[in-house]
Design a protein around this ligand. Structure first.
Ligand code: GCW
Length: 714
């Protein structure tokens, strides 16, 4: 048989056994490894597993290990209870190891949730130790070990010690109790339907497993635009059911609560945080919730924001509001996450000094030090609202004596809504690695949010996930990379975007080098491409900000109180946020950072219109004018988006048919959507500025026909 033919048959066979993949298993596919490799690996692996202790989490860890090794390597594990009798995987907490097997030298010095993987040889026996700082650490250790197997790495000789970068690694779901999801693009809620917890919660259990595999340890299960009835006495048992489904995976439930609850649910005539009756109500309510869910992680609260009830109703501060709830949670070890997304959405747009970007810092910096120790201020990555490019929020540098966490948006609200490929890890890393120079140079955002810079014990990462009932959880196959990426970064923000993309691709689509290289590169370029065709130079996503946040709508942000202005007119474009002549926002940063944004000469091009209002003819660092850059970047972005299609097509036969087809049709759609964006934005700026495109493209659409001018025949 000629060789190419053989290869084709092989490709067909190997792709066909993957047929029918829906994406449901995500990065935990546990696809069987190449048999030669599997056989090789099996030779060195124990055939028994000994869990030390029989708790829920240790059982999950043991079952996961058995499942993973059986599916990937064909290795069946016998569950034993006696350790030194023969070779074995031994799973347990450090405490259990010390008590039961003092002969094993397991590591000290792990942080909570950390783990140690170590192969020990004793004569002909081999022990593979999975030791956790706590039970969750054991589970995480098992997932880490299985990840290695799936990535094609050998686990014959393990010696790995890992601790999480920060204690808080949570996801928020914006799920409404009726089963819809605010800014969710993957179908209906896996938690709720018709104001009840779903009768079947297997999806919740499976979600817990996906989260645990990344080290995510908390999940808020209802929208931050919180329905107060979540705290009604007859509703609380429903929360308990969901907590039960997540518990085997070490994922603690968080509830989003409304500050107005004492009035709406409790029947008081006030929700004034300083009223003793209100404090007593919160205390009794917290006791009641903890009775039903003893391991609840805490509450998250959105107050005085976009129409939510807030402390301003009584002339109280955010600290007053946060503390009254936090004090009710404290006896139970619960945390109160208070969102810093507070701004006036009725700003006077005529006043050039008004600036929504200043709001978080102005609201929270003066309260620094006045929040209780179990309060965490939850801060969006940028000062506006999850736009395609924003500077790091100035508030990260403005809280020295207050716990903080960063809020990242995994659901692609402004970022193509699961219909367009945008891998967000590079964007998140740009913020996490940004040096706030507070309290000193060399202080990246990640250190501030993890509490390292000011030596605070609490802090970390919150991702708005919004997975739904769709088979692939995320609304599209490639969007799953963002959930994976969030979890991996929350565990270790020092991982590179490439490493995470590669891992995800291998785990999700297999280890074929061509598949890995192609998808990784598509992922890595995608943020910049999307930025180029939707809103480059710091313009933000030029989308319909008062509607669905999808598609171009340049005027929707202007002449209203929402404050997402780009202020484009006939002469120029951009927001002047300088101290010298603008809104003064730059002054909220440490002096060295402020100087960089303030001065046009050194302000980076990709944020220049976020910080400066410039005539269209101003030349940027790339030596192009502002207007020509706008044109060029949109054309460049749309062209590169159209190239995804051929890149993906090069993987035909290497990716299972179902996912191949789904992704292809998404990318074909995106190519068209990018062109539409390009033409809408560039034509708008041509009209506004009256300056033609030096390359003669803008405003001409060869090959395009007005549907209205066409006639239907036949
Ligand atoms: O980005 C905006 C969203 C709202 C969201 C809000 C917030 C939950 O458009 O849908 O509300 O942010 O973060 O509170």
């Amino acid at each position: 048989m000629p060789k190419p033919y053989l290869c084709a048959v092989f490709a067909l066979l190997s792709a066909s056994h993957l047929d029918g993949e829906t994406g449901y298993r995500g990065w935990l596919r546990y696809a069987h490894l190449d048999e030669t490799k599997a056989r090789d690996e099996r030779k060195y692996l124990p055939t028994a597993v000994v869990p030390l202790g029989g708790s829920l989490l240790i059982r999950s860890a043991q079952q996961e290990l058995s499942r993973g090794l059986s599916e990937m390597l064909g290795q069946t594990l016998q569950v034993g209870s006696l350790v030194p009798s023969g070779s074995a995987f031994v799973l347990g907490t450090l405490g259990e190891f010390h008590r039961k097997t003092p002969q094993f030298d397991v590591a000290e010095g792990l942080l909570p949730d950390g783990y140690r993987l170590k192969t020990l040889e004793a004569g002909t026996k081999r022990y593979v130790i999975v030791a956790g700082a706590n039970e969750r650490g054991v589970l995480y250790g098992v997932f880490a070990l299985l990840r290695k197997v799936a990535l094609g790495e050998s686990i014959r000789n393990l010696d790995v010690t890992e601790s999480p970068y920060a204690p808080i690694r949570w996801v928020n779901q914006w799920d409404n109790l009726d089963g819809s999801i605010e800014r969710g693009y993957a179908g209906r809620s896996i938690f709720w339907e018709g104001h009840h917890a779903r009768s079947v919660l297997s999806r919740v259990r499976d979600y817990g497993r996906l989260l645990a595999s990344l080290g995510v340890n908390g999940c808020s299960i209802n929208n931050v635009n919180a329905d107060p009835t979540v705290l009604a006495s007859d509703f609380i048992p429903e929360v308990g059911r969901i907590a039960e489904a997540l518990r085997p995976w070490g994922v603690q439930v968080v509830l989003a609560v409304d500050l107005g609850s004492p009035k709406v649910v409790g029947g008081l005539d006030t929700f004034d945080p300083l009223d003793p009756r209100v404090a007593a109500w919160w205390k009794a309510k917290a006791d009641e919730v903890y009775w039903a869910v003893p391991d609840l992680a805490g509450f998250v609260m959105k107050a005085d924001s976009e129409g939510r009830a807030g402390p301003s109703a009584y002339g109280r501060t955010h600290a007053d509001a946060a503390n009254v709830v936090a004090r009710a949670l404290a006896p139970h070890g619960g945390l109160l996450f208070y969102r810093a997304f507070v701004y006036d959405h009725h700003l006077d747009w005529r006043n050039l000094k008004n600036d929504r970007a200043r709001a978080a810092y102005e609201n929270f910096h003066p309260l620094d030090g006045r929040f209780d120790s179990n309060v965490v201020v939850q801060i969006k990555n940028g000062p506006i609202d999850f736009q395609v490019r924003e500077p790091a929020s100035s508030l990260f540098g403005g809280l020295e004596r207050t716990n903080q966490a960063i809020e990242l948006e995994i659901t692609q609200e402004y970022m193509g809504q699961a219909r367009q490929l945008v891998y967000l890890v590079p964007m998140w890393k740009a913020t996490l690695d940004f040096d706030m120079q507070t309290p000193r140079a060399g202080t990246p955002v990640k250190a501030l949010v993890a509490g390292k810079a000011f030596d605070r014990p609490l802090g970390g990462f919150v991702g708005v996930a919004n997975v739904g009932l769709d088979d692939n959880w995320a609304g599209s196959q490639l969007s799953q990379a963002n959930l994976y990426g969030f979890g991996r970064l929350a565990w270790n923000p020092d991982l590179s975007a490439r490493r995470i993309a590669e891992e995800w691709t291998r785990l999700t689509f297999g280890n074929d080098p061509k598949v890995v290289a192609t998808i990784t590169n598509m992922l890595l370029g995608s943020w910049r491409i999307y930025e180029d065709y939707t809103g480059p130079l710091g313009l933000q996503t030029l989308t319909d900000i008062t509607g669905n946040h999808y598609g171009p709508a340049l005027e929707s942000s202007e002449r209203n109180g929402w404050g997402q202005w780009h202020r484009a007119d006939a002469r120029g474009v951009g927001m002047d946020r300088s101290v010298a002549t603008g809104t003064g926002f730059t002054g909220q940063y440490a002096p060295a950072v402020a100087a960089r944004f303030e001065s046009l000469g050194i302000c980076p091009d990709n944020l220049v219109l976020f910080f400066h209002h410039l005539p269209y003819t101003t030349r940027l660092h790339n030596d192009e004018t502002v207007i020509q850059s706008i044109y060029d970047l949109h054309y460049q972005g749309a062209r590169r988006a159209s190239e995804y299609v051929s890149e993906w097509k090069s993987l035909e036969g290497r990716v299972d048919a179902e996912r191949y087809r789904q992704v292809l049709s998404q990318l074909e759609y995106q190519a068209g959507a990018a062109e539409l964006w390009r033409d809408a934005v560039t034509s708008w700026f041509l009209r506004a500025s009256g300056i033609p495109d030096a390359k003669g493209r803008v405003g001409r659409h060869p090959g395009r026909f007005e549907a209205e001018k066409m006639t239907l025949e036949g």
